[in-house]
Design a protein around this ligand. Structure first.
Ligand code: SAH
Length: 245
């Protein structure tokens, strides 16, 4: 079900129970009272990643406090997306973008992967997580994708569960059209792997191409930046074998 895009959507940590008020945190207070300038009696949509989405009333028990009172559930809690996104961290600004776009495009889990030519690093997982929440609020996703600790590519591949196929964006692939390759995939569980700004090393390409549970795909005739490649790859995967079908 598509979300209602006219109402403001707000992530809360607390359990959401009908008629049980939730105290808004300081940032939420600022956002609701000072940025959106909402008044008592206004309504927003709340979600916490567990209890679905709720139409929620706003009240001001005092000038400095807001209570959020769930009125009725508007959407039930869905299962999380099953598409895992494996990405080499980029430098900070681009990393924020990459995380937000991946969530919007339907990634269900974000796994940073350290490759030989990776330039960025994950210094603050909480920053990634707040980007995930921001994107979920923005685009109506109710199951909040998890962000896992970074792992080395070789370690990841060694203990990979082979029933989940890795779709690997190979900038060295001579082909251009990923669709025929994607359509051969039978597995239901999928992961997408996109390299760093510096690309994959020749060793990594050989390793990936030698694995039965990996499908290498091209993404057209141009070399895309890693953040663009991620969005392009997710779009073709969702359209060919994912949730746009
Ligand atoms: N510096 C590298 C490009 C890296 S692009 C070079 O010049 O070759 C970053 C990542 O985006 C790549 O590792 C790959 O996963 C993906 N990518 C970019 N363009 C692509 C394309 N045309 N086909 C497949 N993957 C691509």
């Amino acid at each position: 079900m598509r979300a209602n895009f006219r109402m403001q959507r707000l992530f809360v940590d607390a359990d959401i129970v009908e008629a049980s008020p939730i105290e808004a945190g300081q940032d939420q207070f600022n956002y609701l009272a000072n940025v959106l300038r909402l008044e008592g009696g206004a309504e927003v949509l709340t979600f916490n990643g567990r209890d679905g989405e709720w139409r929620t009333g706003i009240s001001f028990p005092s000038r400095k406090r807001i209570q959020l009172t769930p009125i009725e559930q508007t959407r039930p809690q869905p299962a999380p997306s099953d598409l895992h996104y494996l990405f080499a961290p980029l430098k900070v600004g681009r990393l924020d973008y990459l995380v937000q776009k991946a969530v919007e495009m339907g990634a269900g889990l974000l796994q940073p992967v350290m490759t030989q030519h990776v330039q960025g690093k994950i210094t603050n997982i909480d920053r990634l997580k707040s980007n995930v929440v921001e994107a979920a609020e923005q685009c109506g996703i109710l199951a909040i994708p998890n962000v896992t600790e970074p792992v080395k590519l070789t370690d990841l591949l060694q203990r990979w569960p082979i029933e989940r196929r890795i779709i690997y964006c190979d900038e060295g692939d001579a082909g251009q059209n990923p669709l025929p390759l994607l359509r051969t995939i039978k597995e239901k569980h999928l992961a997408l792997l996109v390299g760093p700004e510096g690309g994959f090393s020749e060793d990594e390409r050989a390793l990936l191409r030698g694995l039965d549970f990996v499908t290498a795909i091209p993404l057209g005739p141009r070399i895309l930046r890693a953040d663009t490649a991620a969005v392009a790859a997710m779009a073709v995967i969702q359209a060919a074998i994912g949730d746009w079908e």
